[in-house]
Every structure is written in structure tokens, then in C-alpha cells.
Design a protein around this ligand. Structure first.
Ligand code: F0G
Length: 494
């Protein structure tokens, strides 16, 4: 009997309930163990702001961010060793250029020195955003940049350059509908904005996946429709592309037309609709540091705003470094070139997305109200629903309190992305201006945790939910009126 015919007598390994991870631990770090009392004392000292809590004391999962916390592969560690720290045209730069062309399309990276500059490396995403928005801010007055959801630093960089950052969320974002693409831009709202004031819109932005809107993906249909509307008014479209590969996986798996199409081809089709993009490689670049700004050489942006790329180049040289390293060390560039190759691999993405989905399913089964379906990089708990039936009021900042108690009592760190992070205090009216969304986000670092780690978070959240009546609100002791206040504020339990 041949081995292959013997195999037919066993269930297909793909049908087994548990599948091994497509990787194994290459090296590990032993945690230091601290007690809840020790953590509580520190939290009290740092004003309940989890950003200031020492990561070494986190005995559970650190889900504060999925940014820059990827566990790198052995190939990436090996690549670090062959990093070339030359001041000009280091070895990794050429590898990265080739990889960026392969991943996103040739037109996003011109031949350095030969053709006009259009590819700019930065040390992280927000630096590339500032490089772009400092230029665009000068295009006129009362400018508005609409998006399906600006990330906090993106919105802040737009506003810091004198423009308005406008979020056009999908209508069903907070509903429990089974729609897989709640990250879409609300095209109706875009149409009416442009019908009224297209001349005030220098650029339209799409964040893939939509971090501010529950980490939800954007469909190819929405990308194409937004491109058509924006281009119809002669307005360029850009991606905030941090989680482009995860977004492509959702398109492959939930948009009928793309079933069976390779992720690489889907990514290139996505980027075929945009005139440029900013990106933080700390997410789907699978590295600890890196970012960039890329302008399509034959796109609407380069045609409409000639000369801008040259000014961005000057900005880059003044603020970051020579365009061939752009604020990154040569070894970081090497690790990025390797990371970008892995991130679009089907087996990697299938595991990544299903890990986040199963984490969300665990939360849901435990009765925790989350945004469903889960997005690509994080599980978002709906804070208003979590505290339903209690006395928690909007300016008690239940999300902030939930994060502090979770970290103190159970050793897991999550991040408030809601009334405190996105809200602001109106000094004149002496009240809080409340945003549309109120979440606590559990961002899952790539290739870092196992199921049992995330199961422990679910159990901790269930214990908190069962006792939600005794979770107090917080008073803002410092920083209520500051910009980017969530990074700086201090709180006290009421
Ligand atoms: N855009 C999006 C959608 C992001 O999620 C982030 C960062 C940035 C831009 C800025 O990139 O950090 O490299 O400057 N998000 C991290 C997070 C910080 O936790 O979601 P950066």
C-alpha cells in the first residue's frame, strides 16, 4: 500500500480542530513575576496611566500596542548581522527598494539619483505623516483631510499643520451586523463633503485596516469607489497603509471576487488605486522601527502638486537623514526587507488573523461586548456596553479605569481608545466633547503570544465584567486640557 493511499484513511489535518502555529519559538525571554499589590502600588504612583507602567513588571500579556513589538524571525535576526551602516547607499537600501517595488508596485520607488524622488524612508509612521502634512498645510486655508478613520497621531499631525482631520466612519461600525468591512469609508458622507467643498480637500485618506474604527478592514470595492469619487474631483487618494497585508487577507477571504487570488496580487491591486501612501513598518513591516512616505510616480498627487516631492526630500535630509537610510540604521533596513517578504505569506496571515479572531471569540463567549467581527490586529471592547447597568458616566472615563484595574489586578495591559483618547475638554463650555467611539483595545503583537496567554486575558476580563459594579470611574488629576492627553495624563480613582 502506498503511503498516500494510507493517508486517505485519516481525517485531513486541515480539518482537525487544533492546528500548530506555522512557526516555533526561536528564543524566549523569562518574565519576572510580580504580585498584584506590587503592580497596584506602581500604578498608583504613575497616576493610573498604563503608558507609564514599567513593561518589565507585566506578568501577563502586553497588549498596549501591536506596533514595534513583533517577535522577529530567525531570518530577520540573521539579516541584522549583515546590516551595512554606511552613510550613503547601504546594502539594505537596495534590497528594501526591490522589496517595496515587489510588494506595492514599481511606480512607488523611482531609481535613486536617476529619476525624481518619490520614496522616502522615515524612522516611523508619524514622521512620514509630518513630512507630508507640513507640505500640504501650505496649500490653502481651512483645509480638510477626510478619512475612514485617522489614527490619533495622524489626526494630530494634520491638525498641527493647521488643517482639519475628519473621520467618515461607516454607519454600521458599532452594530453587530455580520458585515466584514466595517472599516470602509462612508462614501455618501464623502460625496456630500466634496459636493460642498472639494476645493478645501487637498487629499483623501484611507486607513487600512481602520485602527480607529475597531481595526476593521476596508473592502476592495470601497477602495475603488473612494478612489473614483476622489479622482472625479481631481483629488488624490492616499493610504495610511500600516496593516495593508492584514487588510488584503480580509479581502481574499471575505470579498467573493477575490477568493483564491494571491495576497501579493491583492496588495498590488489595492495600491493600484492610490496616488501615494504613508506607512509605519512597525506593524505589517514586522519590525521594531521604520516608516515611509511613497508617492506614485505617475499618479494624481505628483501631477497635481509638482515640486512637493523635492521639498519632502529636503525635509527628509534636514530632519531624518540621507534618503538612502532616512532615519533608520542599516540593520533595521535589512530586517524590514526580510519582514516585508514574510508578511504577505498566506500561512502567516491565516494564523495571525485566526489568532486574533479566536481571542475575540473567547471574549464574546465570556459575555464581553466586543466589536464583531474582530478586525486584523486587535480585539476592541465596547466600553459603553461593558458598563451598561452601572453608574459609569462618560466623564468617569470607564475605559481608562478598566485598563488600570486589568493591569493592576491581573497583569495584562490594554489601551483606552475612546472618550479620553479621542475626546477633548472644551474650556469655554467647561465640558467634555465626546467622540463617536469608546473602546478599550487589546492589540495582539505579531508572532509573540500563544493561545494560553490570550485565554488568560479573557478570564481576567470575565472576572472584571462579573464585578463591573465595583470598578470606579476616574478623576483626571493632570492633563485633561492637554493635546494628545492620553499619553501624558494622570488619574485617580473616584
Ligand atoms: N497610522 C496608523 C493607522 C497607526 O496605527 C499608527 C500607529 C500610525 C499611523 C503611526 O505610526 O507609531 O510608527 O508613528 N499606531 C500604533 C498603535 C502606535 O498602537 O496603534 P508610528
Amino acid at each position: 500500500m502506498s503511503f498516500r493511499s494510507l493517508l486517505k484513511k485519516f481525517p485531513n489535518e486541515k480539518d482537525l480542530a487544533s492546528r500548530p502555529r506555522p512557526y516555533f519559538n526561536h528564543s524566549v525571554e523569562m518574565k519576572k513575576i510580580f504580585t498584584a499589590e506590587e503592580r497596584a502600588d506602581i500604578l498608583q504612583k504613575v497616576g493610573l496611566n498604563v503608558f507609564f507602567f514599567p513593561s518589565e513588571m507585566i506578568t501577563g500579556c502586553d497588549l498596549l500596542s501591536d506596533s514595534g513589538v513583533t517577535t522577529m524571525t530567525n531570518e530577520q535576526w540573521a539579516a541584522l548581522h549583515v546590516g551595512d551602516e554606511a552613510y550613503g547607499s547601504n546594502r539594505g537600501y537596495f534590497l528594501l527598494r526591490d522589496q517595496i517595488r515587489t510588494t506595492f508596485g514599481d511606480h512607488f520607488f523611482n531609481e535613486p539619483g536617476k529619476e525624481a524622488p518619490n520614496a522616502f524612508l522615515f524612522h516611523q509612521g508619524r514622521a512620514s505623516e509630518d513630512a507630508l502634512f507640513t507640505q500640504i498645510g501650505g496649500f490653502g486655508s481651512e483645509l480638510v483631510i477626510p478619512s475612514n478613520g485617522h489614527f490619533d497621531t495622524t489626526g494630530a499631525n494634520i491638525e498641527a499643520n493647521g488643517m482639519t482631520a475628519l473621520n467618515l466612519f461607516a454607519d454600521d461600525l458599532s452594530s453587530n451586523s455580520a458585515n466584514h468591512f466595517k472599516g470602509n469609508m462612508n462614501v455618501e458622507r464623502l460625496r456630500s463633503l466634496l459636493a460642498e467643498s472639494a476645493d478645501r480637500v487637498p487629499l483623501v485618506y484611507l486607513t487600512v485596516t481602520n485602527n480607529t474604527a475597531g481595526g476593521q478592514p476596508v473592502s476592495m470595492a470601497n477602495i475603488k469607489e473612494v478612489a473614483e469619487v476622489a479622482h472625479g474631483y481631481g483629488i488624490p487618494l492616499f493610504f495610511d497603509a500600516c496593516r495593508f497585508a492584514e487588510n488584503a487577507w480580509f479581502i481574499q477571504n471575505h470579498e467573493a471576487k477575490y477568493k483564491g487570488k494571491e495576497i501579493d496580487a491583492i496588495v498590488r491591486e489595492m495600491f493600484g488605486s492610490v496616488d501615494g501612501f504613508t506607512i509605519s513598518y512597525k506593524k505589517d513591516g514586522l519590525v521594531n522601527m521604520g516608516g515611509g512616505l511613497f508617492i506614485r510616480n505617475d499618479g494624481l498627487f505628483s501631477k497635481k502638486y509638482p515640486g512637493v516631492a523635492e521639498r519632502i526630500l529636503d525635509y527628509q535630509i534636514l530632519k531624518e537623514g540621507h534618503p538612502t537610510y532616512g532615519g533608520l540604521s542599516g540593520r533595521d533596513i535589512m530586517a524590514l526587507a526580510v519582514g516585508l517578504k514574510l508578511v504577505t505569506k498566506g500561512e502567516y496571515l491565516a494564523h495571525r488573523i485566526s489568532q486574533v479572531r479566536e481571542f475575540g471569540e473567547g471574549m464574546r463567549r465570556a459575555g464581553i461586548p466586543i466589536i464583531t467581527p474582530t478586525g486584523g490586529h486587535a480585539v476592541y471592547v465596547d466600553v459603553n456596553k461593558f458598563f451598561e447597568g452601572t453608574d459609569m458616566k462618560p466623564d468617569d472615563f470607564g475605559g481608562v479605569s478598566l485598563c488600570a484595574v486589568l493591569l493592576g489586578a491581573y497583569g495584562h495591559r490594554a489601551c483606552e481608545l475612546g472618550y479620553f483618547t479621542f475626546g477633548r475638554y472644551d474650556r469655554e463650555r467647561k465640558l467634555e466633547v465626546v467622540p463617536e467611539v469608546n473602546f478599550v483595545r487589546f492589540a495582539v503583537p505579531r508572532l509573540r503570544y500563544e493561545r494560553e496567554d490570550l485565554d488568560a486575558v479573557v478570564q481576567a476580563m470575565k472576572a472584571l465584567h462579573d464585578n463591573k459594579d465595583v470598578i470606579p470611574g476616574v478623576r483626571v488629576a493632570y492633563g485633561r486640557e492637554l493635546s494628545l492627553r492620553h499619553f501624558k495624563a494622570r488619574f485617580e480613582f473616584k
